[in-house]
Design a protein around this ligand. Structure first.
Ligand SMILES: [Mg+2]
Length: 207
């Protein structure tokens, strides 16, 4: 027994020596699961390159569903391609006005963070969905556990983005969802509220 304790102490010391001061060491126990959310066609009605805050309409049930996910312990992170900026249809300021209106309608403090990619597909941005880059940025910034997280969106690229990042994924049939290939999505849901009900179903209630 004494020898076992000695070995344990030596192992602990070894680990302590490997923790270099000033360098962040990943602490898996502190990572939290997240819900990565596409914006247009998933949380708000698809409005074809929406650049007008007056056109922001929430999809019914979204506020209650987001509240339930937050209460269950998920961080809520919007991941959105905004190629309308790169295509010259609207400016970053227009995008920000629409985003502000969305957050205002959802209510203070519900969404934890938003990441957007302004570039057009031709620009071949390394961040644009289906690339997992924005999800990885969020995971690094917020300390997120991707294996316990989900991506919900209305396009195949949302499902692909989630899977590429190591999350599970749900395709919703709002927005462009009806015309999209669900691919290997874990679930296809009528809308965001149904996707949330699936994630929080009693058999799998904890994230
Ligand atoms: Mg969408």
């Amino acid at each position: 027994m004494a020898s076992f304790r000695r070995k344990l102490r030596r192992a602990r010391n070894h680990l302590a020596l490997r923790a270099v001061p000033g360098i962040a060491v990943a602490m898996p126990a502190s990572l939290t699961p997240a819900m990565f959310l596409d914006r247009d066609g998933t949380l708000m009605e698809e409005a074809d390159y929406c650049s007008d805050p007056a056109k922001v309409r929430l999809i019914p049930g979204v506020i209650e569903a987001l509240g339930a996910l937050k209460k269950a312990g998920f961080r809520l992170v919007i991941i959105t391609n905004q190629s309308g900026i790169g295509r010259g249809y609207y400016s970053v300021a227009d995008y920000e006005a629409v985003q502000r209106r969305l957050l205002e309608l959802l209510g203070e403090g519900l969404i934890d963070a938003t990441y957007f990619c302004p570039e057009a597909p031709e620009a071949k941005s390394p961040r644009r969905k289906p690339s997992p880059a924005m999800v990885c940025e969020a995971a690094r910034d917020l300390g997120l556990d991707l294996a316990r997280s989900w991506f919900i969106g209305d396009k195949a690229i949302d499902v692909q983005c989630g899977h590429a990042a190591g999350t599970r994924a749900i395709l919703v049939l709002t927005g462009h969802g009806h015309a999209e290939d669900a691919g290997r999505a874990e679930f296809v849901a009528k809308d965001f509220a149904s996707a949330t009900a699936f994630i929080l179903r009693p058999a799998d209630a904890s994230p």
